[in-house]
Design a protein around this ligand. Structure first.
Ligand code: PMP
Length: 377
C-alpha cells in the first residue's frame, strides 16, 4: 500500500505484470514530444536502492540528467529564454549571453538552436573540458575566464553581464543577459514544473526534499512548491565544502571552509533566486534542514551508484545523495525523501573518474577505476 503510484497509469501495470501490457501502458502516457522545447522536463523519479536500504527510508532521485540537454539546467534555460521573449527583450536573431559553470550554457545553447538565437557563454577555465567541448559543439561562442571570486569584476558572472550590455548596443539582433543567479525565471521553472512533478510522482507521499545550491533555483522553486502543498515536508540544503551557504543557514554568516571538486554548486552569496523562498524561516524561506557533505562522503556514493546500480552521475549528484542520507538519518526510517540527479558523470570523465586527477586532490577512489583493472580473468 505504501508503494508509489506509477505515474498516471494503473498500478497493476507495474512490477511483475506482463511486459507487453506494461509497455502499452507506458506508451499511453508518453505522447510524442514536439521537438526540443517540449522534451524538457517530465523526467522519471528513480528509487536509489542502496541508500534506501542503508537508511530504511525511500530515497528517490529525480532523473534530471534525462533532460534533452543532459542536466537539471535545461528547465531554467528554457524559462529564462521564454521570460525574455514574453518581456519583448529577446527578438529573432538576438544573442543570449550567460556566465555559467557549463550546464546552463549547454541548456541555453540548445534551446537557442531550437528557437533560432545565438549564445555567448562565459565560463571559468577550471570547469570540465567535457562541458566546454559540448558548448562548442552546440554552437556557443565560448569565452573562458580565470576562476576568481564574485567580488572580482572579472568573475565569470559579472564579466558576462558586462559583455551582454556591450552586445546589446553593438549587435544588430540585440542581446540579453541570462543572469541565472538573480533572474527568478530560473526558480519559477522549478516551482512550476519540477516541484509539481515530484508531488504528483510521489502521490503527495513525500517527507523531505534535499539538494545543493548553485544558483539556488532548484532548491527555492521545488522547496517553495512542496512546502505550499504540505508544510510538514522538510526542505533540506546540502552544501559542498568551500561554499558559504551552510554557515549562512546555520548562523547568518557567509563564511566558507575547505574545498570541493564538485562543479555547478557551491555558492558564496544570497542570490535573488534564494531570497525569501530558498532561505531559512527567519529569512522568510522554506528551508528547515541544512548539512555539509564532503567530497570524501559524496564520491563513494557516486562510485557505488555506478558500480552497483548502473547510474553514472556527476559530483553534485553525490553531494545531493549525501544530503538525502543525512536528512534520512534526521527523520528516521520509514520516510520518503527526494533529491536531484543533476547530470551524467560523462561530463566529468577527466576529473571524478580519472585516477590521476583524484590522486592529485588526495581523494579516495575505488580500485576498479585504476586503468587496466580487470573484473574478470
Ligand atoms: N548540479 C550541477 C551539475 C549544476 O550544473 C547545477 C547548476 N549550476 C546545479 C547542480 C545546481 O542547480 P541550481 O542552479 O538550480 O542551484
Amino acid at each position: 500500500a505504501d508503494q508509489l503510484p506509477l505515474w498516471e497509469w494503473d498500478s497493476t501495470a507495474g512490477l511483475g505484470s506482463d511486459r507487453s501490457q506494461q509497455q502499452q501502458q507506458h506508451r499511453a502516457v508518453q505522447p510524442v514530444r514536439k521537438g526540443f522545447i517540449d522534451s524538457v522536463g517530465n523526467t522519471p523519479l528513480i528509487r536509489l536502492n542502496k541508500v534506501s536500504e542503508l537508511t530504511g527510508c525511500e530515497i528517490y532521485g529525480k532523473a534530471e540528467f534525462l533532460n534533452p540537454g543532459g542536466s537539471v539546467k535545461d528547465r531554467a534555460a528554457l524559462y529564462i529564454i521564454k521570460d525574455a521573449e514574453e518581456k519583448g527583450i529577446l527578438k529573432p536573431g538576438g544573442v543570449i549571453v550567460e556566465g555559467t559553470a557549463g550546464n546552463t550554457g549547454i541548456g541555453l545553447a540548445l534551446v537557442a538552436n531550437a528557437k533560432g538565437y545565438k549564445t555567448v557563454i562565459v565560463i571559468p577555465k577550471t570547469q570540465s573540458q567535457e562541458k566546454k567541448d559540448m558548448l562548442r559543439i552546440a554552437g556557443a561562442t565560448l569565452v573562458e575566464v580565470p576562476a576568481v571570486p564574485y567580488k572580482n569584476p572579472n568573475n565569470y558572472v559579472r564579466y558576462s553581464g558586462r559583455l551582454a550590455e556591450a552586445l546589446a548596443q553593438s549587435h544588430p539582433g540585440g542581446a540579453i543577459w541570462g543572469n541565472q543567479f538573480d533572474n527568478v525565471a530560473n526558480r519559477r521553472a522549478h516551482y512550476e514544473t519540477t516541484g509539481p512533478e515530484i508531488w504528483e510522482q510521489t502521490g503527495g507521499r513525500i517527507d523531505g526534499f534535499v539538494c545543493a545550491i548553485g544558483t539556488g533555483g532548484t532548491l527555492a522553486g521545488v522547496g517553495k512548491y512542496l512546502k505550499e502543498k504540505n508544510p510538514n515536508v522538510r526542505i533540506g540544503m546540502a552544501d559542498p565544502m568551500g561554499a558559504c551557504m551552510y554557515n549562512y543557514y546555520a548562523s547568518g554568516v557567509l563564511e566558507s571552509s575547505g574545498n570541493s571538486i564538485s562543479e555547478g554548486i557551491g555558492q558564496g552569496r544570497v542570490t535573488a533566486n534564494l531570497e525569501g523562498w530558498g532561505l531559512p524561516a527567519r529569512d522568510g524561506g522554506v528551508v528547515d534542514f541544512w548539512c555539509q557533505v564532503t567530497d570524501e562522503e559524496a564520491l563513494p556514493l557516486v562510485y557505488d551508484l555506478l558500480k552497483e546500480e548502473g547510474f553514472c552521475m556527476g559530483g553534485s549528484t553525490g553531494i545531493n545523495i549525501g544530503g538525502a542520507v543525512k536528512l534520512a538519518k534526521e527523520l528516521g526510517p520509514g520516510h520518503t525523501i527526494v533529491t536531484i540527479l543533476c547530470d551524467l558523470g560523462t561530463r566529468y570523465q577527466g576529473k571524478i573518474f580519472n585516477v590521476d586527477f583524484l590522486k592529485s586532490k588526495n581523494l579516495p577512489y575505488p580500485q576498479w577505476l585504476e586503468p587496466g583493472f580487470k573484473d574478470i580473468d
